[in-house]
Design a protein around this ligand. Structure first.
Ligand code: NAI
Length: 295
């Protein structure tokens, strides 16, 4: 294994995305410091990744020594201040501009001056998050997809002041993580969510107009059009507490472009807590993570 571009990486927010990014960072050889406001989310991420690597050892697909080394590289941070030695910090916290801005303002005062900071935001402006930072040239979007280890593309997004050196470093690190980096403009939703929102909102429109039901739409788009997941399976995987605010954010940023108008269907489900697979109920009902309706 080559020396990783970043030897010590901080992950802020160790939910679905942070955990996946931690996995590929540790596999790339970095020491990974995990921080989350919910301490339980950190131990949950460490336990899940450890169990996943152990399973690969059992199946003979990973050396036991490699699994042990990867587990040892995952460390928990009790406070944000513990990320002071990081060469690179990426956040995967709640999708809110004010919260992300506050986080990076604080982080900039903690990390060393050479450190690069990045956001995994799906929809917010990288330029807006960086506004007010002392070193906006060392800040970029580094946008992964769910599930991170399997979805091999990562968007590298330069804000107005992001330097070429920062993008080059992220390109290099993405490749070391086994991913394919693509440069994307700092526009609402970047490349994938710009295209992907149309997929989701149009499917919701078909349901709200009574043309078809969600399971049929999913089946047709998989069987006939060749998508791996139907739009409603994807909503359930991403979870509506993440994807509904993303839809709202893209719609607002495009000055209320009708193509991106969010749906009352997802608004109501979000209000009712029926957000997706992670709570066992979304468009589908899940038992042990398996959808109970033939999708
Ligand atoms: P999640 O809800 O699974 O995890 C978020 C974690 O962040 C939670 O453990 C929470 O305790 C923690 N957190 C919240 N505020 C915090 C703060 N101020 N400081 C430290 N920790 C904090 O969310 P998920 O799905 O991992 O998404 C996180 C981010 O990644 C969002 O910005 C989302 O838009 C983006 N994203 C999500 C994708 C998805 O499919 N879920 C895909 C690509 C990007």
């Amino acid at each position: 294994m080559n020396n990783p571009r970043f030897s010590t990486v901080g992950i802020v927010g160790t939910g679905a995305m942070g955990r996946g990014i931690a996995q590929i960072a540790a596999q790339a050889g970095s020491t990974v410091l995990l921080y989350d406001t919910q301490a339980a989310a950190i131990s949950k991420a460490q336990d899940a990744l450890g169990a996943q690597w152990d399973k690969l050892v059992e199946k003979g697909r990973l050396e036991a020594a490699t699994a042990t080394a990867q587990k040892e590289r995952l460390k928990s941070a009790a406070a944000l201040a513990d990320l002071s030695d990081c060469d690179f910090v990426i956040e995967a916290i709640v999708e809110r501009l004010d919260v992300k801005k506050a986080l990076f303002g604080e982080l900039e005062g903690i990390v060393k001056p050479s450190a690069i900071l990045a956001t995994n935001t799906s929809s917010l402006s990288v330029t807006a998050i960086a506004a007010g930072l002392k070193r906006p040239e060392q800040f970029a979007g580094f946008h992964f997809f769910n599930p991170v280890p399997l979805m091999k593309v990562v968007e590298v997004i330069a804000g107005l002041k992001t330097s070429q050196e920062t993008c080059t470093a992220l390109f290099e690190y993405a490749r070391q993580m086994g991913h394919t980096p693509v440069q994307a403009g700092d526009t609402p939703g970047f490349i994938v969510n710009h295209a992907g929102r149309g997929y989701g909102t149009e499917a919701l429109r078909i349901v709200s107009e009574g043309i078809s039901d969600f399971a049929t739409i999913d089946r047709i788009l998989k069987d006939q059009v060749g998508f791996k997941l139907g739009p409603f399976e994807l909503f359930d995987l991403t979870a509506l507490d993440v994807s509904h605010p993303v839809m709202e954010s893209i719609y607002t940023q495009y000055y209320d472009e009708p193509r991106y108008r969010p749906s009352v269907i997802t608004a109501q489900r979000l209000a009712g807590g029926v957000v997706g697979k992670k709570v066992g109920e979304g468009f589908y009902t899940y038992v042990d993570g398996v959808a109970q309706v033939a999708a």
